[in-house]
Structure formats: structure tokens, C-alpha cells
Design a protein around this ligand. Sequence first.
Ligand SMILES: C[S@@+](CC[C@H](N)C(=O)[O-])C[C@H]1O[C@@H](n2cnc3c(N)ncnc32)[C@H](O)[C@@H]1O
Length: 213
Amino acid sequence: MGLFKKKIKQEHKVMLQAERAAGALLPEYHRPTPECPHPERWHMYDSMTAEAEVLEFLRTLITTLKPTLVVETGSFLGVSTLWIAEGLRANGFGKIISCEYDPIVFAKAAEKIAASGLSDWIELRNESSLEMHIEGTIDIFFSDSDMPIREAEVKRFLPQIRPTGLILMHDASSHLQIVRDAAFKLESEGLVSAIFLPTPRGLVLAQKREGRA
Ligand SMILES: C[S@@+](CC[C@H](N)C(=O)[O-])C[C@H]1O[C@@H](n2cnc3c(N)ncnc32)[C@H](O)[C@@H]1O
């Protein structure tokens, strides 16, 4: 091994950790921020999957807003995809399209989704959010891929997002400044109105300005 040991990709490392944890809930591990001084009051399955409370919030948003089309970028192991799909199943209609560009992670997510009984509500794609093409109008856009590309991702899909719909940007805490800055920038350019939920990793809820009645 020594010098030539290949660096294991963070996503793959967390994937193996998640497998070993076998669905056990842990206290949230992200460090305190001024807006969220007690992250340990939240829970997580692993450091990539959204906080357990955020997953519950996603499902509730789906049953509250009754979307026809939800788009998620960054499926990871498909956990947030499944919580959203549960909301769709409770509604009795709608679909989520989720993309994951890493083929190894994608294969794991596909396996999990196939075993879940929720496949009918999910279209999982092994592609990049920056190349993905979506037909039709998006009711909820959940941006949860690589942090440096979130601004580009939201801008790419903005024309297709319904003015009464919602844009969610995960990892927007002041600790993970890059997504927070992207949301501030989108707001300062007049593209969206945003609120910043003080969860451990930060969650932006936004609505596009264009077309607002
Ligand atoms: C934070 S994890 C997603 C967590 C997941 N949404 C959840 O809460 O269960 C981010 C994932 O995005 C993937 N990713 C990164 N850049 C991407 C891109 N451009 N398109 C699609 N997936 C991407 C990574 O491989 C990783 O699995």
C-alpha cells in the first residue's frame, strides 16, 4: 500500500460507514454555528444524508404542497429520495426524479430503492445535475449535490420551476458557507426570495421572483 494507496472518495467512505451503522440514528455531528448552537439536539444516519428531522420535514412538505414533479440533485444512498417518495405515496400522485452522478453510489441507491416498495414514485438517474434534462414544470427542487455547483444548478433549472413552487438548498449553514453565499447571491441578483432555516447543516427555502403573483 504505502505511498500508492488510493485515497478513498468521501462519498464511498460515508457509504461504508452508513452500511456498518445499519440505520442507527446518531446525534448530529456538524459543529455548532451562531445560528444553530446545539446541533446535538438533531439526529443523523450519516454525515451525507440530510438530518433526520430534515427528512421528516421533506416528507411533510410533500404532503402539504402536493407536488406533481419533484427534482432532487444528489441522491447519495437514496434516503431523502425515499422520504420524499413516501410523501408522494401518501398523496397518491406525483413523481420524484433524483440524479446521482457517482456510478458506485448510484448502484447502492438503486438497490435500496428497488427493495423499498416505493420504486413506482421514483425515477433515479445516473447523471450529473448539470447535464440532466427534465421535461415539464418542477414543483419542488431539492438541491443537495456537490456544494460548489449549487448556484449553477439552481440557475440551470430556474426557468422550469413553478413560481408558486419551492427551491430547497441543503448545506446552507454559516459553517458550510459556500451554499449560503450562493443563496445570498441568487437573492441579491433578484432571482429568488430566500429564508435560511437554522438547522445544523442549514436549509434554504426559496421561491423564484419571476412570475410571482
Ligand atoms: C449530500 S449527498 C446527498 C444526500 C441525499 N440527498 C440525502 O439526503 O439522502 C451529495 C451527493 O451528490 C452527489 N453529486 C455530487 N455532484 C453531483 C452532480 N453534479 N450531479 C449529481 N450528483 C452529484 C454525490 O456523489 C453525493 O452522493
